[in-house]
Design a protein around this ligand. Structure first.
Ligand SMILES: Cc1cc2nc3c(=O)[nH]c(=O)nc-3n(C[C@H](O)[C@H](O)[C@H](O)COP(=O)(O)O)c2cc1C
Length: 212
């Protein structure tokens, strides 16, 4: 079968004006809970898009670790490509690809670094081997072999066998403070439902229906 012949109908649900909440974060939480309860793999996985100095976008998947009215939280290496791009341009976009549910959510916002206390709280909630892996990896830097990475990991494991690791100063989290959130629900014959929320300067959200 050629790729151009691959298609399916989207008929799981409809999204109407009456099903919207005033606050898109509340609606996001409901959709996230739906994804968790649907047992899809990695329901908290989101694509994170950043832009470099030349305006070149790049994307990668990270895990959402918290969401509230203040924003969306994720953790990463602060020397990584994404972190370097955010240092030059803090505009960011998140995308939740819940296609199993015929849904997607797009978030546009500004990325802020979390405090040392917030980083430490999450770092120490992780399994120790995940802490060690974060310590052992200079994410996004070249390394000659996997063996070298494993050697670094095992050396750190031995060094910190009986003591707590410090939070690496090259590791931490970001809060994405949103100003635009779009909810997309697939519809039959490609007549999808889309609602875009925008935050005004007074801090109020308004929504509008977009054509599919
Ligand atoms: C399911 C999944 C979850 C991931 N979660 C994270 C994460 O929470 N934090 C992270 O830094 N990288 C995570 N990664 C790895 C990133 O996709 C990416 O490879 C890494 O952050 C380096 O990205 P960069 O070089 O563009 O900065 C995850 C990858 C996958 C596929």
């Amino acid at each position: 079968m050629s790729l151009s012949d691959m298609r399916r109908q989207y008929s799981m649900g409809k999204l109407s004006e009456t099903s919207l909440t005033d606050n898109p974060i509340a609606m996001f939480k409901t959709w996230l809970q739906d994804a968790i309860e649907a047992n899809i793999p990695d329901p908290t996985a989101m694509t994170v898009a950043t832009v470099d100095e030349q305006g070149q976008p790049s994307q990668r998947i990270v895990l959402l670790k918290d969401v509230s009215d203040k924003g969306f939280l994720f953790y990463t290496n602060l020397g990584s490509r994404k972190a370097k791009e955010l240092a030059g341009n803090h505009r960011i976009s998140l995308h939740f690809p819940w296609f199993f549910m015929e849904r997607q959510v797009r978030v546009c916002g500004i990325a802020e670094k979390l405090s040392a206390a917030e980083n430490a709280k999450y770092f120490f909630s992780r399994p120790k081997d995940s802490q060690l892996a974060a310590f052992a990896s200079r994410q996004s830097q070249p390394i000659a072999t996997r063996e070298l990475l494993m050697t670094q990991f095992h050396q750190l494991k031995a060094k910190f066998a009986n003591k707590e690791l410090p939070v690496p100063d090259f590791w931490g989290g970001y809060r994405v403070v949103p100003h635009q959130i779009e909810f997309w629900q697939g519809g039959e014959d490609r007549l999808h439902d889309r609602f875009e929320f925008n935050l005004d300067t007074d801090g109020n959200w308004s929504s509008q229906r977009l054509m599919p």
